[in-house]
Design a protein. Structure first.
Length: 227
């Protein structure tokens, strides 16, 4: 088992999504940036997710580490917390089980992260980018800047009125300070965690579309939605 640190943990929580999970796998195989792991937390799937992931782990096409963790069904919040706990990456990048990212997505995220001056980086939680649909249309509204801006999730939503699904990473050490509350039954809105983080850390928002979001009835695992 590879225990070396990596820059990114690409995290995918999944539940009976074997029919679409190949989108993530194919996207990661095409990445131009190499310093990452793919961590899958299977929230009790009853389909062939395990067998599918096992075949990818053994495939000569796979050049990056794939780690698979199976747990009893406990909803996305428990899978997310488990992923954060198990992550070996400095930066935690959720990628939904039915979406794709463009080939240079991780490369661009790394570029924007290291473009923040090192002495200022401790004040930042991460970097957030735009999403497009299958036809290449920007989802929602772009950020109110030409290229990038520094703000937080609350200001972006309430002051700048940015709408639509966005995608980004957050430092793993910060997420470990703000876990999803598992004592609350059922679904817990992601805004509960993002709002807490926004009180203490800034985010760099970049007007680059890096994720392809499939707009269908089954795609409910959004990252950051300002709608």
């Amino acid at each position: 088992m590879i225990k070396d640190k990596v820059l990114f943990t690409v995290f995918t929580p999944t539940y009976n999504r074997a029919n679409v999970l190949h989108r993530v796998y194919e996207s990661l195989c095409a990445q131009t940036f190499r310093n990452f792991e793919w961590l899958i937390v299977d929230d009790g799937s009853t389909d062939n997710t395990y067998e599918l992931v096992k075949s990818w782990q053994n495939s000569p096409k796979t050049w990056f580490p794939i780690r698979y963790i199976r747990q009893e069904h406990g909803h996305k919040k428990t899978a997310f917390n488990r992923g954060v706990k198990e992550a070996r990456g400095e930066l935690f990048l959720p990628l939904n089980s039915d979406d794709r990212c463009i080939p240079h997505a991780l490369e661009r995220f790394a570029y924007h992260w290291f473009n923040i001056p090192e002495k200022e980086r401790s004040k930042f939680a991460g970097v957030t980018a735009l999403c497009v649909d299958e036809k290449g249309n920007i989802i929602g509204t772009p950020f109110p800047c030409k290229h990038w801006m520094d703000s937080d999730n609350l200001e972006i939503k309430y002051r700048y009125k940015v709408k639509g699904d966005k995608w980004g990473f957050i430092r793993t050490d910060i997420l470990r300070q703000f876990p999803f509350p598992e004592h609350i039954p059922g679904h817990v809105p992601e805004s509960v965690v993002w709002s807490q983080i926004a009180r203490f850390y800034k985010t760099r928002f970049v007007n680059e579309p890096l994720r392809i979001y499939y707009c269908n009835a089954n795609n409910r695992n959004k990252w950051i939605d300002y709608s």
